[in-house]
Write a protein that binds this ligand. Structure first.
Ligand code: SF4
Length: 329
């Protein structure tokens, strides 16, 4: 039997799309419109590899539990269908590169398993895709989770089935002249992991691999990331009063191989108008595409700490310096 390599990659219309645009429209245009190759930082590659390791281990743990586990869009109760984590990450590297980080990431994983030989709860979902759409439901406008059956819905449909079986009426992009005008505005996320306690309390987890785990310093940075607002909005709709919140599984990728599992602080003010911000950013992006077809000349944030961030210089910095001439440097 051919064993499964779990897709732990980014989702098709995830937060990174509009999040990158919000951070800097020019950076978005380099990657998404000019299709320039921007080498991901080593930390990002290690993060992807870490996700593959964690996804396989937690899928195996989930499959042996009473309830079974959803992985991607399929339910499983047989752990033998999954590749073991170490084989999976080696296969991932064969397609995506990253062999230079293999030894370090395997050691990180082995240290993690030695410290936490059990999952942080009963694993019920791994790399689970969630689709949400901006629209009206029961008289309220917002970002609504779509039922799994309807996750590939026609973006021009007038009605979509909601997670709870109700009806969502999408409010589509309104940008005359744009090819997507009239199409629903969709946000997708992949939940790294969902756990459920005996009493029913359910938590969404995100794995983060860091060179230095300092839980107190990290949580606010993650909490303000728009992707976590989306997780919380989705979690509340999917699990109602059983939703316990968002957890971070912070894993240090070097000595002393620290692991911390803090909860992500709530951000009620931002979450309450997240859908409106998403609506506005989608329209700002569409308007720019109609009005400013020269992608090299899109607005640039040009800010010291935005351009040189947590993982070092922005991968587009040379393009901002020299334009298309940087392609040959
Ligand atoms: S270097 Fe700064 S201005 Fe240029 S793309 Fe990156 S974030 Fe934007």
């Amino acid at each position: 039997m051919r064993k499964l390599l779990i897709d732990a990659g980014r989702s098709s219309r995830g937060w990174s799309r509009i999040g990158t645009f919000s951070r800097c429209p020019q950076l978005f245009a380099y990657g998404q419109r000019l299709n320039l190759t921007m080498i991901p930082a080593g930390a990002l590659t290690r993060g992807s590899m870490g996700h593959v390791l964690q996804a396989h281990q937690h899928a195996i743990w989930g499959a042996v539990s009473e309830e079974g586990v959803w992985v991607d869009e399929t339910w499983h109760d047989d752990p033998d269908v999954f590749l073991d984590p170490e084989t999976a990450v080696e296969m991932w590297c064969s397609t995506n590169g990253g062999h230079e980080h293999l030894e370090r990431m395997l050691e990180t994983f082995r240290r993690y398993m030695a410290r936490h030989p059990e999952p942080p709860g009963n694993v019920i979902k791994v790399e689970y895709p969630v689709t949400a759409v901006l629209g009206n439901k029961d008289g309220d406008w917002g970002l609504w989770v779509v039922h799994l059956e309807d996750s590939d819905f026609d973006r021009r449909a007038v009605k979509v089935k909601a997670w709870d079986g109700g009806i969502i009426e999408p409010t589509p992009l309104n940008c005359p002249g744009h090819p997507d005008s009239g199409a629903a505005l969709v946000l997708t996320r992949r939940l790294d992991m969902v756990t459920k306690e005996r009493g029913g309390r359910t938590f969404i987890w995100d794995h983060k691999h860091q060179a230095r785990v300092q839980a107190n310093k990290s949580v606010d940075g993650y909490a303000i990331d728009g992707g976590f607002a989306a997780f919380r909005i989705m979690g509340k709709q999917m699990y109602g009063s059983d939703f316990g919140g968002l957890g971070l599984n912070l894993i240090q990728t070097q000595e002393p191989w620290r692991v911390a599992r803090p909860m992500v602080p709530r951000t009620p003010h931002r979450d309450a108008h997240f859908a409106e911000m998403l609506w506005r950013e989608e329209h700002r992006l569409a308007r720019l595409e109609v009005d400013s077809p020269t992608f090299w000349d899109w607005p640039k944030v040009q800010h010291e700490t935005s351009c040189i961030g947590r993982y070092g210089a922005c991968p587009g910095i040379k393009f901002c310096f020299y334009g298309s001439a940087a392609k040959t440097i």
